[in-house]
Write a protein that binds this ligand. Structure first.
Ligand code: ARG
Ligand code: ZN
Length: 418
């Protein structure tokens, strides 16, 4: 019995430490051009997925690379880095454990449970939630089908209309453009719950919802999101099949008609930043663009929610030029970042996308701006790489509350102006 117990303890305690058998994320800093080339090479071979930057093209000297490596290839990759004296450390040793934490099924009834919003949910659960939310709030929540995905999944928008003043303006929030950024759909759900719970309770959200309807698209890329739950947690793009390549998927945030497929996007179907065959070639981006075109007169404010990096971005990402109302948006983003800092002691940078991170044409925020929505923002939520896309459920509330603070702060300013 005693030996059995010892054996058990040894096996059990080994599980946590035996990280060599787990997928990992490496944090790498190349110091010379030669090292940059090696890291680029490594990231395109072996079983790896680049987390940061999004494409090997952006890897540069003295800047951090976050690279996911499978258990299979981790030794080979590390040996290679070692051999070329490239600085690196394991930033996440227990990827499989973290994925398990994010996907653990809960037996509690999601209907009643307030912990529902502190968890990540599979696509089917999100569809159920959409249904339930509209059924439970029939006078204020409408479901609008704006199109369907490449694999024919419905794209539902929730319209929150908390009071029926005539000629109301509107804001739009989309989540889940990029499949692996799970905190993003979680935010859309969080936002809807908050709006429905605190209207007439809290001043700010009440003021906002008195003057604006809100359109919320909780999952813009349902095929990709489903794929991250079932096949590959690290998937980014949608799941459309190309005529010319066996590589799957278009980066929906490079597929909009905003200086489309120029520097910062790729015409190569195998790239993570593939722009697609032509602007709005993808049913998901087309559905969003069509909807916004047909609501041109009411939608004044656009938000797109991503992760990770902690950034509050505004146009342009597709040009280096400043937009005409740069100062105004910069002020709004700055104020929002300051409120996050004050309330949550967490730092968010703000700026025009192209300057703050990189040129990234074909994005939804730039398209919305060019199309006439003069207040247009992309948020990159928590964190800055500690967990990256694998942000544990216990951090959902803080991440969402920070983003909510920023959305409210900016929306209030827009309400005041009009
Ligand atoms: N990380 C986001 C992306 O690469 C940034 C989005 C900023 N906006 C943009 N239009 N690129 O898609
Ligand atoms: Zn993203």
């Amino acid at each position: 019995m005693k030996t059995l117990l010892i054996l058990f303890v040894v096996i059990f305690s080994n599980r946590g430490h035996c990280t060599e058998s787990q997928d990992q994320v490496l944090s790498i800093v190349p110091k010379t051009q030669e090292q940059v080339d090696i890291v680029k090479n490594v990231s395109t071979r072996y079983e790896t997925v680049l987390w940061q930057p999004v494409s090997p093209h952006y890897i540069k000297e003295e800047s951090q690379v976050h690279l996911f490596v499978t258990a299979n290839s981790s030794k080979t990759v590390k040996d290679l880095l070692q051999k070329h004296s490239i600085t690196h450390k394991v930033s996440l040793a227990n990827v499989n454990e973290l994925i398990e934490m994010q996907t653990r099924i809960n037996s509690t009834d999601p209907r009643a449970s307030s912990t529902f919003y502190h968890k990540y949910h599979r696509l089917e659960e999100i569809y159920d939630w959409i249904n339930r939310t509209s059924q439970d709030n029939p006078s204020v929540v409408k479901v609008i089908l704006i199109g369907s995905s490449f694999e024919k999944r419905p794209l539902y928008v929730l319209k929150l209309s908390l009071n029926n003043m005539p000629n109301k303006k509107a804001m739009w929030i989309d989540c889940g453009i990029h499949a692996r950024e799970w905190i993003s759909p979680a935010f859309c759900l969080w936002f809807v719950r908050y709006s429905l719970s605190y209207y007439q309770q809290h001043q700010d959200i009440t003021n906002i919802l008195n003057s604006m309807d809100v359109y919320v698209l909780p999952v813009m890329n349902p095929d990709g999101y489903h794929y991250t739950w079932t096949k590959n947690r690290m998937w980014r793009k949608n799941r459309s099949i190309s005529d010319t390549s066996s590589c799957v998927g278009v980066d929906l945030n490079r597929n909009f008609d905003a200086n489309w497929c120029t520097q910062g996007a790729s015409p190569e179907p195998c790239s993570e930043i593939y722009c697609g065959a032509f602007p709005e070639s993808e049913p998901e981006s087309q559905a969003v663009a069509d909807f916004l075109r047909s609501h041109k007169d009411s939608v004044q404010l656009y938000f797109s929610i991503h992760s990770y990096s902690q950034l509050l971005l505004f146009p342009y990402s597709c040009y280096l030029d400043e937009i005409e109302n740069h100062r105004e948006l910069s002020e709004m983003a700055k104020e929002a970042a300051e409120k996050i800092q004050k309330n949550y002691k967490n730092t968010y940078k703000h700026g025009a996308g192209a300057k703050a991170i990189y040129l990234a044409p074909g994005g939804s925020d730039d398209w919305a701006y060019i199309h006439g929505i003069k207040y247009s923002f992309t948020f990159e939520l928590q964190d800055r790489g500690q967990y990256g896309f694998l942000l544990p459920p216990f951090l959902i509330s803080k991440a969402c509350n920070e983003a909510l603070t920023a959305v409210k702060s900016i929306a209030l300013r827009v309400v005041e102006k009009t």
